[in-house]
Ligand binder design. Structure first.
Ligand SMILES: Cc1cc2nc3c(=O)[nH]c(=O)nc-3n(C[C@H](O)[C@H](O)[C@H](O)COP(=O)(O)OP(=O)(O)OC[C@H]3O[C@@H](n4cnc5c(N)ncnc54)[C@H](O)[C@@H]3O)c2cc1C
Length: 496
């Protein structure tokens, strides 16, 4: 059965990446269909941490108030050796970080996924269909056909049509298979056991996340939210992974911290942590986002964060193309900007993985001597510069803008027109006034804001004007109307 309706965008996969993208496209009024083979969200023990940038994305989706009661600002993360030496440390979250939010949060992934899905009800233009599996994909000149099958009634295939298809379909992505670029393997593949418990009595456990770098059994402990606690336990040579999942064996592994009369087991699963990046994120009308495009070991808690960043980067570009405001080639900047950005997170997570996953006692001893000599190393929150793309490429562009509170107490983004470019200045008299500069700003449909609270930041950039993109990365800087008029917006895909 083939449907006559051609959607603007079909998203395959309603995990955190697909749900975020659907919310962002819904806000832009795009006719969006999201399908997922599951009847509801995956009840698996996965993400527990996200950062201030991701919270800012949720703020701009209008979800901060709904999410905040379910979050806990992080109490930091510590890498300790078997003797308790603190080797590396991410400090407790700054409550008011540069993004206007705490720098790091702990959360329960099902709480987030529930909020993201409920938020989709706000948009008449977004339709969600669960229990529908994408089976194959055919690209035509101006649309894509996706054959899907209901998970309920075998044999009832249907063909869905859309101008653009985004594969938010996770690690085993069918969209990635069709795009058919090789998967770049960065070399980490390690099996870990993940156990979530709910405390039934008071137990003295650490507040920060602790990475126990014990070569006999590398283990991560996370104080998640409320009574939820998480252990991630490396599967060692000689372990029989399947028997590890038996409750008696799980409790034996947790014995150094907790007893069965103090908590109940909620979920456990075996994962192989990978480090992979798809070498092509776009082929014609097909795009990848989230775990389908990249996978990282969770030592920084950044896999889902990267998917949310993908969604924020892609949404405004797709909307600009669908609304006829930008040429299709702007979509190529999605991969060129995001790939080196996510690569930096994966490389850092792999370096942390080398520290915690060391199982050779001699190598662990060398590592420990190094940290004894050098002292504790601080893990700083990364905020890499985007690869080349829809920004001028001059120094200090392609970076995420901070979000200060303005003179009237509002957070910056709350004073901007959502999903639009924004020209920022610190004083109204310095707004660029020439006709050519105005034309550039009109083509971008940019709003303008001047506020004294922006002065210090603009001064640090050496600029009177900063142009923010809808995803709040810095697109361009200028000190005069002539410089604004010369911004290369046609090379980004906008008409001059
Ligand atoms: C133990 C562990 C700890 C982690 N900790 C963190 C952390 O603290 N912070 C963090 O940021 N990240 C963390 N991550 C990573 C994070 O969980 C993932 O990166 C994130 O869930 C990926 O989201 P996604 O939406 O891209 O993909 P997924 O969540 O995998 O969603 C893909 C969806 O696509 C659907 N689908 C797939 N194929 C089809 C098809 N053919 N047709 C229809 N539907 C389909 C699936 O049913 C699924 O719902 C962790 C991961 C693990 C395993």
């Amino acid at each position: 059965m083939s449907c006559d309706r051609v959607h603007d965008v079909l998203i395959i996969g309603l995990g955190p990446t697909g749900a975020t993208l659907a919310n962002l496209l819904g806000a832009k009024g795009l006719d969006t269909l999201v399908i997922d083979r599951e009847p509801g969200f995956l009840e698996l023990p996965r993400a527990v941490h996200y950062d201030g940038e991701v919270m800012r994305v949720f703020q701009n989706m209008g979800l901060a108030a709904a999410l905040e009661p379910h979050l806990r600002p992080s109490s930091g993360m510590q890498y300790v050796n078997a003797q308790g030496l603190l080797m590396l440390e991410r400090k407790p979250a700054a409550i008011k970080g540069p993004q206007g939010w705490a720098t790091n949060y702990l959360f329960h992934q099902p709480d987030l996924e529930d909020a993201l899905r409920r938020a989709l009800d706000r948009f008449g233009c977004v339709e969600v269909r669960n229990s529908l599996e994408a089976l194959d994909i055919t690209q035509h000149a101006d649309e894509v056909a996706v054959r899907v099958r209901s998970m309920h009634a075998a044999g009832t295939d249907e063909v869905l049509r859309a101008r653009w298809v985004v594969g938010c379909d996770g690690a085993r992505s069918i969209v990635r298979e069709v795009i058919s670029g090789p998967l770049h393997d960065l070399g980490l593949h390690q099996e870990w056991l993940v156990v979530d418990v709910e405390l039934t009595s008071e137990v003295a456990l650490p507040q920060p996340t602790v990475q126990y770098c014990n070569p006999a059994r590398p283990t991560t402990f996370v104080n998640v939210t409320g009574r939820r606690r998480r252990w991630e336990i490396m599967v060692m040579p000689g372990d029989d992974p399947q028997t590890l999942l038996e409750p008696a064996n799980l409790w034996a592994l947790l014995a150094p911290w907790i007893r069965p009369d103090q908590a109940k087991l909620v979920r456990s699963a075996l994962y192989t942590f990978h480090s992979l990046i798809a070498s092509r994120w776009r082929a014609g009308r097909l795009l990848l986002a989230g775990d389908s495009a990249h996978q990282t070991p969770p030592f920084l808690g950044q896999g889902m964060c990267a998917g949310i960043r993908d969604a924020a980067n892609l949404a405004w570009k797709l909307a600009a193309v669908v609304h006829g405001e930008a040429a299709e080639f702007i979509l190529d900047s999605y991969e060129s900007e995001r790939l080196p950005h996510v690569r930096e997170f994966i490389d850092t997570a792999m370096r942390l993985g080398e520290i915690i996953q060391t199982t050779d006692p001699a190598i662990a001893a060398l590592r420990d001597r190094r940290f004894t000599r050098e002292g504790t190393t601080e893990i700083v929150n990364l905020s890499p510069t985007l690869g080349r793309g829809a920004h001028t490429g001059q120094a200090l562009t392609g970076i995420l803008a901070p979000q200060p509170r303005l003179a009237d107490g509002r957070l910056l983004d709350d004073a901007l027109v959502a999903d639009r470019f924004a020209l920022l200045t610190s004083a109204p008299e310095s707004l660029p006034a020439s006709p050519d500069a105005r034309t550039v700003l009109e083509r971008l449909k940019a709003c303008q804001l001047s506020d004294p609270a922006l002065g210090g930041w603009l001064e640090s950039l050496g600029a009177q004007h900063a142009l923010l993109r809808p995803d709040r990365y810095v697109a361009a800087l200028a000190n005069s109307a002539a410089e604004v008029a010369s911004w290369p917006i046609t090379s980004w895909g906008f008409s001059s």
